[in-house]
Design a protein around this ligand. Sequence first.
Ligand code: FE2
Length: 196
Amino acid sequence: MEQRSTAVAEAMDDIRRIEDELGVTRAGVEAIRDRLVQLAGRRELFPLEDFPAPDAGEEDDSYMYRIAQDDDDRFALYAQTTSPSATASTPVHNHTTWAVVVGFDGQELNRFYERTADGSVAQTGEHMVEAGTGVAMLPDDLHAIHIEGSSLNFHCYGLALERLNRREYYSESDDTWKIFSNIDGIKEARSGLQSC
Ligand SMILES: [Fe+2]
């Protein structure tokens, strides 16, 4: 646990420095992604039993664990786990801050989009996030994710999820853009802090 805390703190120090030196740029977020791939490569520090997923059939099919976050809510790192029966998808959305997803266990399909002239979206590419790989997005970049079955992936944002109250998503059924409701239920997994 202490080794994990140290390794996470070192990674977050590097990520703060990367953002400071490269800014919120494509090169900057890709360097942050590469640093998190390196952290996720320390597999012995993140035993899956420390981040239990919901049981199959539970109402929630994913849990989010907070692993790091600055006092001012910047530089937030989470582990997201999904249950064996999960079929989890998000609509196309932005983040209003930079965002990085790095694989650890299982697979998370990331599809990327651009806005079209008529106000909808068109896919521009995709990447299967799994161990050893990740994706990096600028604040306005659009993606949607799809997960089948068990997974654990790391998600890192320039600002904590609870503070991202202007994230937009494209509602396909209504053919319109809407604002994501605030996320809640994040489980505390920072050392020395109680689970909430
Ligand atoms: Fe996202």
